[in-house]
Design a protein around this ligand. Sequence first.
Ligand SMILES: Cc1ncc(COP(=O)(O)O)c(C=O)c1O
Length: 390
Amino acid sequence: MTQFKTVYLDYNATTPTDPSVFEKMAPYFGIQFGNASSSNHSFGWEAAAAVKKGRQQVAELLKASPDQIIFTSGATESNNIAISGAVRSSLCRGETPHIITTNIEHSAVLEVAEVLKEMGAEVTLLPVDSYGQVSAEQVKAAIKPNTKIISIMMANNEIGTINPVSEIGKVAQEHQILFHTDAAQGLGKVLIDVDKMGIDLLSISGHKIYAPKGIGALYVRDHRRLSRVMGGGSQEKGLRPGTLNVPGIVGLGCACEILSTKQVEEMQKTSELQSYIIETVLASVPEARLNGHPSERLCNNVSFSFQGLSADLFALGLSGVAVSSSSACCSGSPKPSHVLKALGHSDELARSTVRIGIGRFTTREDAELVVSKICSMAERNRSLLAGEML
Ligand SMILES: Cc1ncc(COP(=O)(O)O)c(C=O)c1O
């Protein structure tokens, strides 16, 4: 029987665990199974040493100090701890803390803001421009005396647009307001320096950078500015109580160490494949429109909408390549993506959208395959539509 291989091109949804990361994690599922909080024996000491190393590796990639890294289960949890933690004490005092964010954040920010609004917070959702970008001027104009936190994503998961994080960080610093950025997509594709960028809180996710799912971190510049939102033990300065996920932390640390040495080279390789896909599709498919910013975009993300082509034929036409019709969290939902709608897309155009995520293991042949599938899908779609009109 012929075996058809599906080519994975959905690296914005998740990445495979790098085999070298997996290898480093393996002993911590086996003989080195200790609890990092057990301070009376060698099992605990070994685990604590592994956690210490992981913390250093993550901190190095972010240009932070190890004691500013809080391990979590992923970017969703990091976002919750950061945003809720920034406004909790005001809410408890019966005040109305103000949160500034954008209308194209991941639901891991938008829903946190919604919950806090129900609890009495005031939320400003800044609109983005047609590229999906928000400006520092917009942020500045939205600041009020009760603004407690500005949460703006580093890069969008659907369309890849990168926000002017350093400029926003400067505005936040001038007004002494906490600046949080969801860097689940930015990490590994944007060179991060938390000090230079004026970032106070930054969320990352292991499974977007070749570490496993279920591990992430929150960079916290000064933990005294954040209230606890979870009760439990004293782990992670009390901000994220619970037994530490030692194998996950080893994996996240190792994945960060790889990026600390290879990120620039990897960005160069993915950019080349990205340019090839964008240029060839735009030149060959007149209905194709690139979503997101033409240059300030993640080097691994391509998002096309196809004007006038039927969304229903997409899945069939693109079989054999694992791409996304929207973000992983939204695909399967009948509602068109809030990100594409915010760019001004009609429901129909939003549905005729394909996101291609390039990654560490993508080859030139994979890129050529997806381009040829898109071109023939468009061709077939066009002749079917022409047939219908006869
Ligand atoms: C921008 C962004 N934020 C948050 C998340 C959620 O991350 P996690 O799966 O680690 O909770 C994702 C994942 O798709 C994302 O792309």
